[in-house]
Design a protein around this ligand. Structure first.
Ligand code: FMN
Length: 272
């Protein structure tokens, strides 16, 4: 198979997926001696026009895992907008040290259904968007080493006769979403939670509004969340004044449960 172009394609509100996809794209570009194109569909405006792919492309397609699957609010966009046209693809998910559950299986299935041909895959353990203490600083050196290994093995596979032979991806694309639990072990329901603003810190600079993947923060009054919140934490993470926070009790209980029970090192998985 002759690859002439590498694509990094991702949704990445807090930057982990961007980092992992970019690292892998650069490693592959060096080995295959071809240029990298980028399509970042994190922001609403970017989702208005989707690039088209063809058989000479190798597309590294990244999303975070939310509640054990692909981010629910992006699913129909990904399903309906991307046409693989036989491009080779590497589904890559990042997850925050609990588990990627069925996220990689779902992304692989969606890309396969969309006409991409899967060559390899990865689930990369990454700092949890909810907490500074879960997988802090990951993907780290060891995770990136695995992605370098994935690049080497993917190139070998691309050059072999069996480039698209079936891979064994853990999980079930049809499974239900993970139901977040609180510290008491009971379901923690925080679907309606929205970020709050500490108005003594906020300068109304607008960075949160510019970075909200749902376009839900009023740019003229950034303490107002006018639309849906997917809890991605882009606004919390990117606020230069540390003025955004969540105070929903069920959300905080889930975060505390994760911090209590998921401190062990989750492994990054490469499949090729
Ligand atoms: C709404 C939401 C749900 C999440 N659910 C999971 C999960 O089920 N399992 C897990 O290990 N990490 C989970 N995470 C953590 C993210 O998968 C992780 O932080 C990811 O790297 C974020 O990607 P990004 O930095 O590209 O936005 C969740 C994060 C968010 C914001």
């Amino acid at each position: 198979m002759n690859i002439t172009r590498i694509w990094k394609v991702y949704f990445s509100p807090t930057g982990n997926t961007d980092r992992a996809v970019t690292y892998l794209a650069e490693a592959l570009s060096e080995k295959l001696k071809c240029p990298i194109e980028k399509y970042d569909f994190t922001l609403p405006m970017s989702r208005e026009t989707v690039p088209s792919f063809s058989a000479g492309d190798l597309v590294i397609f990244g999303t975070p895992v939310y509640a054990g699957k692909m981010p629910n609010k992006l699913l129909s966009f990904v399903q309906n907008s991307f046409k693989g046209n036989e491009a080779a693809a590497i589904p890559l998910v990042t997850f925050g040290n609990r588990s990627f559950d069925n996220g990689l299986a779902e992304l692989t299935q969606v890309l396969d259904d969309g006409g991409f041909r899967i060559v390899s895959a990865a689930a990369v353990a990454s700092q949890h968007a909810f907490s500074d203490s879960l997988a802090a600083g990951r993907p780290d050196k060891e995770d990136l080493k695995l992605l370098s290994e994935l690049a080497v093995k993917t190139v070998q596979r691309i050059e072999s006769e069996s480039a698209f032979s079936l891979l064994s991806i853990p999980g079930d694309a049809e499974a239900a979403y993970y139901r977040p639990l609180g510290l008491n072990g009971q379901p923690a329901v925080f679907l309606k939670a929205k970020p709050k603003t500490d108005t003594t810190k906020c300068t109304d600079c607008g960075i949160c509004a510019q970075n909200c993947p749902m376009g839900s923060i009023n740019p003229a009054k950034t303490s107002e969340v006018t639309g849906i919140c997917i809890k991605c934490h882009a606004c919390v993470n990117k606020c230069p004044e540390d003025a955004k926070y969540f105070d929903d009790p069920a959300f905080l209980s889930h975060k505390a449960m994760l911090e209590k029970n998921f401190q062990r090192r989750a492994e990054t998985l490469i499949i090729v």
